[in-house]
Design a protein around this ligand. Structure first.
Ligand code: ABN
Length: 171
């Protein structure tokens, strides 16, 4: 070990005698720049990639682009004190509803989804979502979804928000 130390000491001394301090600093600087190009080490770069990875999955059922909302028309109850499938307190689910067929990209299957309005409180007004896949003009009520489905409830005209429930397989 002692011989290794003295050998290393000789090399370092020889290097030091043949190099100015400024020259050594410049070499160290070049080495650092070169290695940074090869191995990206700046924390800001990694943070950005993490943010992109976070944004990638389409699995958020609080957002209108969630697969189950393909034929949605209304306000998402998850933003109105309820959940994506539960009416908020003080409201009741509509007795009639609009049914759409949505494709779940996760398992590649199609599902029947019932969109029930929650009735009995004034319009929530948050998280409007109008996807309307396969909706047709209003002259055919069963294929038109821009309707207040609270019509069959006691609180017939007061619409608050809409929930969505998978009711069956559509394949
Ligand atoms: N189905 C949601 C809705 C309620 C009232 C009016 C239009 C659409």
């Amino acid at each position: 070990m002692a011989s290794f130390d003295s050998h290393l000491e000789k090399i370092v001394r020889r290097l030091a005698m043949g190099t100015s301090r400024r020259g050594m600093l410049s070499r160290i600087g070049k080495l650092m720049v070169g290695s940074a190009a090869m191995f990206p080490v700046l924390p800001i770069d990694r943070a950005l990639r993490f943010a992109e990875a976070e944004a990638a999955p389409m699995e958020d059922d609080t957002k209108c682009d969630y697969w189950k909302y393909c034929s949605f028309d209304g306000f998402l109850c998850g933003c109105c004190g309820g959940s994506p499938h539960e009416c908020p307190p003080g409201t009741e689910a509509s007795k009639v509803s609009w049914v759409g067929t949505c494709h779940n990209p996760k398992d590649g299957k199609n599902y029947l989804v019932s969109y029930n309005d929650c009735c009995g409180r004034t319009t929530c007004g948050r998280c409007a979502c109008n996807s309307n896949v396969r909706e047709r003009p209003a002259y055919e009520m069963n294929i038109h979804n821009d309707i207040n489905w609270c019509m069959a409830n006691n609180s017939s005209t007061v619409y608050h928000c809409t929930v969505s429930l998978v009711v069956g397989n559509a394949d």
